[in-house]
Design a protein around this ligand. Structure first.
Ligand SMILES: *[C@@H]1O[C@H](CO)[C@@H](O)[C@H](O)[C@H]1NC(C)=O
Ligand SMILES: *[C@@H]1O[C@H](CO)[C@@H](O)[C@H](O)[C@H]1NC(C)=O
Length: 367
């Protein structure tokens, strides 16, 4: 049906494609699940609701480890697996966005990955929905053993001379803000998922209970509205965590809460933003979902290394809860398509990047 939509611009409908065949038909998904590695992706395979392995589509520019986009028979739900890290994520999503095989202008992108979580705000097994994605990797670093004695950490903004200052050089991917109204709709849908838990997760959480500041980390898993940090480096420990909380405060005028830590979201959002600038995707249709597989810092009295080296006991539960929550979001978008989602959910907040590229003025940039 979407094939002969009158809205398709001629550039997407070259003459050679005017008679659709299975290999050349343009696919217009309603939901695009974006996973980052194999275990996150497998959780969406062999489900009773849809067979997302019904079509394996090869397009130029995908990861050699994950060379196909997967789609259900009807093409209404698809899955990309980018590979871990910012380069993989940006490259795969750029390839997808510019592929003539897909019409993504009405597609909802559901970023679905696991993450480290800040025990001040969330816990392992929880599923979080972000409004802001912040990239603390874009800054200077002096090793803590060589930093000036008055610096609280070795990290400080590009072009500045002391931690806590707004960066002088801006590259454009430092902060993205997505549709907050859609985020609330997605989180409400996700709340009908049953979140799983295990004794090992409960035992891990209990180690955070003695510190009142980590009450969220000690509480049972839930759906949480809180923001995300992207960094290729899988760091651990309270000092780096607090340094990047500070980076987040500086970059967003204290609007974002540094809650989950992962390796791809700003990269995906950067590629989608460029797609939106070319009218290939709708930036108001992005959901940034992350579940907690581990803590980003040690409990009171613990060590950063022990926390990082410990077995990731919440891995399986975080994958399952991510899938179960994401499935409710996907089902909700499908079921409410003609009533609500086809038209879209109007953002009431600023959406876009730190540069204001899509129009409007970023509400998180200091005056
Ligand atoms: C698609 O690839 C998966 C493996 O990634 C395989 O299990 C599935 O059968 C393939 N589907 C088709 C239709 O070939
Ligand atoms: C974070 O910022 C606060 C307030 O400016 C400061 O007191 C603290 O030392 C900083 N911590 C780190 C680790 O940068």
């Amino acid at each position: 049906m979407y094939w002969f939509s009158s809205l398709l611009p001629s550039l997407l409908l070259p003459n050679t494609l005017s008679i659709p065949t299975p290999d050349t038909q343009i696919i217009a998904p309603r939901v695009f699940i974006v996973n980052f590695f194999a275990s996150e992706a497998r959780a969406w395979h062999n489900l009773p609701q849809f067979d997302i392995l019904a079509q394996n589509i090869s397009i130029p520019g995908l990861s050699p480890l994950f060379p196909h986009i997967h789609c259900a028979h009807d093409g209404l739900i698809c899955q990309a697996i980018t590979g871990q890290g910012e380069i993989n994520a940006a490259s795969t999503i750029s390839a997808l966005v510019t592929s003539p095989r897909f019409d993504l202008r009405s597609t909802y992108f559901l970023l679905a990955g696991i993450a480290g979580v800040n025990p001040k705000l969330a816990t392992v097994g929880s599923v979080t929905f972000a409004r802001f994605a912040v990239q603390p990797g874009l800054q200077h670093e002096i090793d803590a053993r060589e930093k000036p004695a008055n610096f609280p950490s070795g990290y400080f903004g590009f072009g500045t001379t002391v931690p806590g200052q707004y960066p002088v050089w801006i590259d454009g991917t430092e902060v993205f803000e997505v549709n907050d109204a859609l985020r609330h709709v997605a989180a409400d849908l996700a709340r009908s998922a049953t979140l799983q838990d295990t004794q090992e997760c409960k035992d891990l959480r209990a180690t955070y209970a003695p510190a009142p500041i980590y009450a969220a980390g000690a509480a049972p898993p839930s759906i949480v509205l809180c923001d995300t940090l992207t960094s290729d480096t899988f760091w651990s420990g309270v000092l780096l965590a607090e340094a990047f909380e500070n980076t987040t405060r500086v970059l967003t005028s204290r609007k974002a809460s540094a809650c989950s830590t992962q390796q791809e979201d700003n990269a995906v959002l950067g590629a989608l933003l460029r797609g939106a600038l070319a009218n290939l995707v709708d930036f108001s249709r992005i959901i940034v979902m992350r579940s907690g597989s581990d803590f980003d810092r040690q409990p009171l009295g613990g060590s950063a290394a022990d926390t990082l080296f410990a077995p990731m006991v919440a891995h399986d539960v975080s994958i399952l809860n991510l899938r179960n929550a994401g499935l409710e979001v996907a089902k909700g978008i499908m079921a409410g398509w003609s009533a609500t989602f086809e038209r879209g959910i109007e953002p009431t907040n600023y959406i876009g990047d730190i540069l204001g590229s899509l129009g409007g003025k970023p509400d998180f940039v200091p005056a």
